[in-house]
Design a protein around this ligand. Structure first.
Ligand code: SF4
Ligand code: SF4
Length: 207
């Protein structure tokens, strides 16, 4: 059996793409930066007089054709005062109340196609070993204490990352997992694309 796995690997060759050294091989149109103008009928007020708000958008597509995706995957924010880690970033994921979509995309970046480990990004199952806590989903009472305790258990310096519109703004489901001012990094999307997650985490790590 082990020989079969080995031969299969030889047959397929290297499947990992070179992103972010090269542009994404297959960037999805949704979610990506939206551009457009006019009436949007947005259910979460992500479009107002100030334009499109990536933190609020749930990428429901209701605003098309007035607004359309540009394919630009850079829909994330890293606060300028956030600590920089340089060599590696160990991430402790915490599901505060998600649908599972953000969890799947986070796991995707560690699959052979993206292989985020080669970029110094790692998952840890203990907050005591984590540089970053990554929150997915809306606020739920039951996860309030686990979230606080996990954050307190992390060594300094540490950062808080919001993955997906639920964690950032509550999306269309409820309230955000944390107040937006508590996040050092916000990664937009519902769920965010692997390309967006990778670029945001690299930016959070620092170069
Ligand atoms: S995709 Fe949906 S949530 Fe986003 S701006 Fe358009 S209508 Fe609003
Ligand atoms: S942001 Fe979207 S994919 Fe992520 S937990 Fe919320 S509903 Fe699910």
């Amino acid at each position: 059996m082990s020989n079969l796995w080995f031969l299969n690997g030889i047959r397929k060759g290297i499947v990992t793409e070179k992103f972010p050294k090269t542009p994404p091989e297959d960037p999805p149109a949704w979610p990506s930066m939206l551009s457009g103008a006019g009436d949007a009928r947005c259910p979460v007020d992500a479009i107002d007089g100030n334009g499109w708000n990536m933190d609020k958008c749930i990428f429901c597509r209701r605003c098309t054709p007035a607004y359309s995706p540009t394919g630009n995957q850079d829909i994330f924010t890293v606060e300028s005062e956030a600590p920089i880690f340089h060599r590696s970033l160990y991430i402790y994921p915490l599901d505060s109340g998600s649908c599972g979509g953000c969890n799947v995309e986070l796991m995707n970046i560690f699959a052979p196609h993206y292989d985020a480990n080669r970029l110094g990004l790692f998952i840890t199952n203990s907050p005591r070993h984590a540089d970053a806590i990554l929150v997915m989903g809306v606020f739920t009472e039951g996860m309030e204490d686990p979230l606080r305790l996990a954050y307190e258990a992390m060594p300094d310096p540490k950062i808080v990352i919001a993955l997906g519109s639920c964690a950032i703004s509550g999306g269309i489901i409820g309230d955000p997992a944390l107040d937006i001012s508590k996040y050092n990094v916000r990664i937009a999307g519902c769920p965010p694309s692997p390309y967006t997650i990778i670029k945001a985490l690299i930016a959070a790590k620092g170069v």
